[in-house]
Design a protein around this ligand. Structure first.
Ligand SMILES: [Zn+2]
Length: 186
């Protein structure tokens, strides 16, 4: 941030306190540099889930759960459903929140919902090269764009085998295995 969005003065670039906040010396506005929030869906149909192959960077050509950044003014679930429609071309029925990831590199939080894929007439949107359904053994595990996708899918298929779905929280740090916590099973 170079200029105050309240009064337009050039910001000094200093931080106040232990967290990286930028404050305007003229009008006192404080800018909270919070993580960006992204939302995605594990959309399932029988034993398969829908993945899209990305037509955009980061991860061009790799597979991911359909998802993207939540826009100002929309609910997180609405953002997940909207992104799904944009990328996969069909409507999903959101079932429930399933996982939350802190993605340290990129300064993001990723929320993953479980969702029912009601319609298999999916088609890739402008940001996808293709969309397809995969069972566990068919998932392109070595060609997934994001660690959060890999961790969410690994947990999903494990939960599905056990017939018990919990809630996953994981911290994804660069160059380290994901650190996971698990909340009470629902
Ligand atoms: Zn200002």
């Amino acid at each position: 941030m170079k200029f105050c969005s309240e009064c337009g003065v050039r910001l000094p670039g200093r931080t106040s306190g232990p967290w990286p906040r930028v404050a305007c010396e003229r009008c006192g506005a404080v800018f909270y540099l919070s993580p960006r929030l992204a939302a995605a869906c594990i959309a399932y149909r029988d034993d398969r889930v829908l993945l899209c192959r990305r037509a955009v960077d980061p991860g061009y050509g790799m597979w991911s759960l359909p998802g993207g950044f939540v826009e100002k003014g929309e609910s997180v679930a609405s953002g997940a459903a909207r992104e799904f429609l944009e990328e996969a071309g069909v409507v999903v029925e959101i079932a429930r929140p399933y996982a939350l990831f802190r993605v340290a590199r990129g300064h993001q939080m990723h929320v993953v919902y479980l969702a029912k894929l009601l319609d298999t007439a999916f088609r890739p949107g402008a940001e996808s090269l293709e969309a397809a359904l995969f069972d566990e053994s068919g998932v392109p595990w070595n060609h997934l764009a994001f660690a959060s996708t890999r961790e969410a899918l690994r947990r999903y298929f494990g939960d599905r085998r056990r017939g018990v779905f919990g809630f996953l929280y994981a911290e994804i740090m660069p160059f380290a295995p994901a650190v996971q916590g698990d909340w009470a099973n629902a």
